[in-house]
Design a protein around this ligand. Sequence first.
Ligand code: 9WN
Length: 431
Amino acid sequence: MSTRLTGDETALWQAAARVLDANWTGAATAASPGLYPHQWSWDSAFISMGLARHRPDRAEAELLSLFRGQWADGMLPHLVFNSSLARHAFFPGPELWRSEHQPGAPRGVHTSGLTHPPLHALAALRLHKCAPDADGSRAFLARLYPLLAAQHRHLARTRDLAGGGLIAICHPWESGLDNSPAWDRPLGRLRLPPTAYAPAHVPRTLPTGEDYDRYVRLAILMREAGYDPGYLRDSHPFAVEDPLVNATYIASTHALAEIAALVGGDPVPHRERAGHVHAALRERLWDTEAGCFRARDLREDRLLPVVTAASFGPLLDPDLPAPIVRDLVDLLLSARFAGAAGYPVPTCDIQAPAFDRGGYWRGPTWISTNWLLWYGSLAHGLPVVADLLYGSTMRLVRQSGFREFFDPFDGTGRGSHDHSWSAALVLDLLG
Ligand code: 9WN
C-alpha cells in the first residue's frame, strides 16, 4: 500500500484487499462469490493488476492458473472451470463446451471454447512495472512470454475473419460486454430451435430468457463445428469486429513487444502487428460522420448502429491521431455519455432507444470499462478525462461497495456483491 494515501483511501484500499483475499480459491480468484465461482479470462487480467499491489505472488499465480486452460493452438479460453466445485455451480457448465473432447484442449481442466478480450500481456507488463523484485518478475515474464505470444498468434491466424487486419468475435460473451445493444442486430438474425436451453431456475440477474437461448445456441454451433477456424470464417452466423476488443489487442500487442525486449525475444514482429491493427481499426471501424468507432457486422459487412462505451475503447491505442482523440473526448463528455450521468461512464449512449439504466451492459457503469478508458486517457495526456473517470469510480465504490455494476445516474449498486475486478481495479487506481 502506498504511504501517500489519506485515511479514507487507506480504508478503501483495505476493504478492496479483503474482497480479493475472500475470493481467492487457493490457486486463482473467483470472479464473484456465488454468482461467478470460476476463473474468467479478462477478469483474471484485471484481478492480477490489483493483486500486484497487494499480493504479487498471487498476481503471478492468477495468470499462470488461467494459462493452464490454454489450448494447443494458443486459444486462451474465456472461462476456466474450478474442478473442485460441483458441475452445476454455474450455468452453462463444462457440459456445454465439452472441451475434454477437443484434441487441442488441455487435459485435467475443463474450459469454455470461446476467448475473451486479450488484456493479458498488458496486465503482465503492469505486474512487472510495480513488482517489488525486478529479477523475479523478469523470470515470471520469461515464463509467460511464449504463452502470451501463442495467444496473440492464435488471434492473428484464426480470428482475422475478414482478412482486413482486425480480430473478430464469434459470440457476444467474447466481447466481455455480453448483452450490449450493439449485438442486438446480429443476434436477432439467429434462428432458434423450438426448445429453450436456459433452465428457468438459473439464479442470475440479467440477461435472461431468449438472450440466453441465443448465447447457448451460438456456443452449440461452435462446438458442433469442433471450434474449427474455417467454420468460424465461412459459416458461423455471428462474426463482429468490435472496437474495444481490437483496442485491447493493440494495447496488449505493444505490451508484448515490451515484454519480448525484456526477456531477450524479438519485439519487432509485435510492433509491426500493432501498427497493422492500428491502421485497420481506423479504416474499418471509424465512422467519420458520427465521429466515433462502431462495431462492424461481418455477415452484413456494415457498421452496427448503436454507440456504446466500446466505441471509446480505441483510446487504448497509443497511436490514435489527435483529431480522432478529440472527437472521442467530445462525445464522451457530451450529454449522450458522461455529461448527463452523475456516475459515468454509462455503457450505452443515454439517448439511444436501447439504453437501459439497470440493464447490465445496456446502460450501467462498470469499473472495468471505466478503468480501460481511464488508462487510455492517461496515455493520451488527457488528465481532465482521467480525473473524471477516477473520481466517478471512487464515488461509486465508496457509496455502493464493490458491486458488479452501477446505475449511471444515482450510483446504486447492482448485480453481485464483492465483485473481484471492482476491488482489484480500485487497488490499481489507488496505486
Ligand atoms: C458470461 C465474469 C463475467 C465477465 C463478463 C460479464 C459476465 C458471464 C455471464 O460475467 O459474463 O461469460 O454469465 O454473464 O458480462 O464480462 O467476464 O465476471
